[in-house]
Design a binder for this molecule. Structure first.
Ligand SMILES: [Fe+2]
Length: 301
C-alpha cells in the first residue's frame, strides 16, 4: 500500500484517448480508501444513485447480480468501506478490492485482474453528474462491477480476462483491440438470457439509469447471441448507448469461451475487416433486430 494521502489528479491533467473515451490518466498507485474524508454530499450521491438503480433493476438486472449485491452487504445508507466488502469477497471468491485514483493504464489493470484484485476508483461523482460521467467513478466501479465478483464463475472469467490481457498486451495493439471488444460487450454491456427473458449483467448498463431501460426496452438496438470472434470484430460506441448488445446464456458460456488460446484467433482476425457497431449478419442469432432509430452516423470505435 502507498502511504501517500490519496489524491485525485485534477486540473491541468494529461488526458488520453482510451476505450472509455478521452479521459484523464491517473497515477497507478494502490491507495487506502479515504473513507473518513467522504462528505455528507458524497454519501448522499451514493444513496440517491443506489436507490434509483436498485428500483430500476428489479426485473431488469440478472438475478445473480441482485443476489450478489445483497450478499455483499452493500446498502444505500453510506458509501461502503472496501475493507468490509473485502472480508465478504475474499471469503466468497478470493477477490480483493484495491483503491485507485481512476482509470488505469491497460497493463496495470490487466495485472490486477490476473491476480484477482479489482481496482475501484475511490471518489464519487458530484450531484450534478448523477446521469452521466465519462470516466469510471466509485459508483460505476463499486455498484456496477464488484457484485458479480461474488459469483464464482464470473469471478474466474474476470481473472481469465486479466491473464488474456497481459498476453494480448505482449502480442500487440491489434490483439488488444480484439480483446477490449470482448470486455466491452460482456463485462461492460452484456445481457444474459434468463428464464423470464433478457436481463442485464454489464456494469456500464447497471450503473446507468438511461441505458438500463434502453438496452432492454428500446426497439432501436440489436440484441444478438454471444459469439466470441463476432464480438472481437465488432466496433462499439463510447459516446452514445450501444447499437448492439450481445446476449449470453450463462456465465459458464463466457468462461468456456475464454478457454482456448486466443493467438490463432487474433491472427485470423488481423486479416479481416471489423464490423460496424450496428451490423446484423446472416450468421447472427438475432433476439431483436434493431430499428436503428436515433443512431448517430459514424463514431464507432
Ligand atoms: Fe467499467
Amino acid at each position: 500500500m502507498n502511504s501517500q494521502p490519496p489524491r485525485r489528479v485534477d486540473g491541468q491533467v494529461e488526458r488520453q484517448q482510451t476505450d472509455k473515451g478521452y479521459v484523464p490518466v491517473y497515477t497507478t498507485a494502490v491507495i487506502e480508501q479515504p473513507w473518513s474524508e467522504y462528505s455528507a454530499t458524497d454519501h448522499d450521491v451514493w444513496r440517491q444513485l443506489y436507490e434509483r438503480q436498485r428500483a430500476l433493476l428489479q426485473g431488469r438486472a440478472s438475478q445473480a447480480f441482485l443476489l450478489a449485491q445483497d450478499q455483499m452487504g452493500m446498502t444505500p445508507d453510506a458509501i461502503p468501506r472496501f475493507s468490509e466488502l473485502n472480508a465478504v469477497l475474499q471469503q466468497a471468491t478470493g477477490w480483493t478490492l484495491v483503491g485507485v485514483e481512476g482509470l488505469l493504464p491497460e497493463l496495470t489493470f490487466f495485472e490486477h485482474l490476473a491476480n484477482r484484485r479489482f481496482p475501484v476508483t475511490w471518489w464519487i461523482r458530484t450531484p450534478g453528474q448523477l446521469d452521466y460521467l465519462a470516466e469510471p467513478d466509485l459508483f460505476h466501479d463499486l455498484f456496477g462491477h464488484v457484485p458479480l465478483l461474488m459469483n464464482p464463475v464470473f469471478a474466474d472469467y474476470m481473472q481469465a480476462y486479466g491473464r488474456g490481457g497481459v498476453k494480448a498486451h505482449g502480442i500487440g495493439p491489434e490483439a488488444l483491440v480484439n480483446l477490449t471488444r470482448l470486455y466491452w460487450y460482456t463485462v461492460e454491456f452484456g445481457l444474459i438470457r434468463e428464464a423470464d427473458g433478457l436481463r442485464i449483467y454489464g456494469s456500464g448498463i447497471v450503473s446507468s439509469k438511461g441505458e438500463s431501460i434502453y438496452c432492454l426496452e428500446s426497439d432501436a438496438p440489436n440484441r444478438i447471441g454471444f459469439d466470441l470472434t463476432r464480438i472481437m470484430r465488432t466496433r462499439y460506441r463510447i459516446d452514445t448507448y450501444q447499437k448492439t448488445y450481445f446476449v449470453i446464456d450463462s456465465f459458464e458460456q463466457l468462461m468456456a469461451a475464454t478457454a482456448p488460446d486466443f493467438r490463432p484467433i487474433y491472427q485470423q482476425l488481423a486479416t479481416q475487416d471489423s464490423y460496424p457497431a450496428g451490423a446484423v449478419l446472416d450468421s447472427d442469432q438475432v433476439f431483436h433486430r434493431g430499428s436503428g432509430e436515433g443512431w448517430a452516423d459514424g463514431g464507432d470505435v
